[in-house]
Design a protein around this ligand. Structure first.
Ligand code: G6P
Length: 369
């Protein structure tokens, strides 16, 4: 097993550091014409379905559900069509209203999650076209769906998902751009801009991983907190949910992910000196808004770790700690901002002596209801 970990202490750390290469594998051959077009065979072979669809519903569980939330925003922005996101376990018992004009996209690393499989069966029975985004080749879900795309990030062993999450978000970005182009909903300049940045994302993630030592140091300050709040807005509200989930899964610290502005309707009551907040605040369209959320936390005595875009020195005056991430177009910020959050959860769990690859009570794939 030591050999399989490629010199890292754990599979999870190996998988975190593998992300530049797994994303390169995920993107291989899919961005063409000098970053002007996407080829995804699952979309290309079903163009009519994607053109005539009236709505897309994303179904998934766990980390894959967080990827779905980012996918919703990507599809809305680039395809300009209605999108819904559902937990597979809720969708299957929620009497969903679907017809032939619906596309249901199921997202699953393992391709074996029982609730997701059941959601697919139901969607198919109601006439929807079902598209799968999966990692494990030949798993039950890709065998059941009408079409789909593999994320190709290699086997994920750590129970807490890392490289599969970034692979899912990458494929959802490609899919949204591809379908958006097909439907004439995205202009060529935007398509080119996003594809050029996405094409370089392996190098960008490599750069983002350089915060490793800094995050490791920071983790020592926070290992004894009993509660954490993770806040983000827009594209990074799901990133906040995923950051909180990582911490819960492997360190057993209670963490709540919340849309930053919604915090004032409840979680703000919990903030004190013992409850740190991790706030994802890249220099995007909501930056000015999130600054005031940072101030709200600070004025109640809470410590703030801010994830900011490289070169943002202004935040140093407000937050207690800043972690810089490389600048990318807004729609790609979740991919980059997730890196320090994965590392933070990892090092806090290690400081506490937890078994990060095999956290208690959790399974890598949940094949029972
Ligand atoms: C389990 C795993 C999670 C995963 C979830 C969904 O809870 O521990 O890491 O996100 O199942 O799994 P799937 O294979 O469907 O993505």
């Amino acid at each position: 097993a030591q050999l399989e970990k490629g010199g890292y202490d754990t599979f999870m750390l190996k998988e975190i550091f593998e992300q530049p290469s797994t994303l390169r594998d995920c993107l291989r051959g899919r961005i063409v014409d000098n970053c002007r077009r996407v080829t995804l065979s699952g979309v290309d072979l079903n163009q009519e379905r994607f053109k005539s669809a009236e709505r897309i519903t994303l179904v998934a569980c766990g980390t894959s559900w967080h990827a779905a939330l980012i996918g919703k925003r990507l599809i809305q922005d680039f395809c300009k069509m209605p999108v819904e996101v559902e937990y597979a376990s809720e969708f299957r018992y929620g009497n969903p209203v679907l017809n032939e004009k619906d596309i249901v996209i199921s997202i699953s690393q393992s391709g074996e999650t029982a609730d997701t499989l059941a959601a697919i069966e139901l969607a198919k029975a109601k006439g929807a076209f079902v598209y799968g985004i999966c990692n494990v080749v030949g798993a039950s879900i890709p065998r059941t769906t009408d079409s789909g795309t593999y994320i190709h990030v290699g086997p994920e062993i750590g129970v807490a998902s890392t490289k599969a999450f970034t692979g899912q978000v990458t494929v959802l970005t490609l899919l949204a751009l591809s379908v958006g182009h097909l439907r004439g909903a995205i202009d060529d300049a935007t398509l080119h801009e996003v594809l050029s940045a996405l094409d370089k994302i392996p190098e960008t993630i490599e750069e983002a991983l350089k915060v490793d030592t800094e995050v490791k140091k920071l983790s020592r300050i926070f290992s004894y907190a009993h509660n954490f709040l993770y806040l983000g807005r827009g594209y990074n509200y799901p990133t906040a949910l995923e950051g909180a989930l990582k911490l819960k899964e492997i360190s057993y610290i209670h963490a709540e992910g919340y849309p930053a502005a919604e915090m004032k309707h409840g979680p703000i009551a919990l903030i004190d000196h013992d409850m740190p907040s991790v706030i994802i605040a890249p220099s995007d369209s909501l930056y000015d808004k999130i600054i005031s959320n940072v101030q709200q936390v600070k004025s109640r005595g809470g410590a703030v770790v801010a994830i900011v875009s490289k070169g943002n020195k202004a935040m140093n005056d407000i937050a207690d700690f800043c972690i810089e991430i490389p600048e990318v177009p807004e729609c790609l910020t979740p991919l980059v901002a997730s890196i320090p959050l994965q590392l933070l959860a990892y090092y806090i769990a290690v400081n506490k002596g937890k078994d990060v690859d095999q956290p208690r009570n959790l399974a890598k794939s949940v094949t029972v209801e």
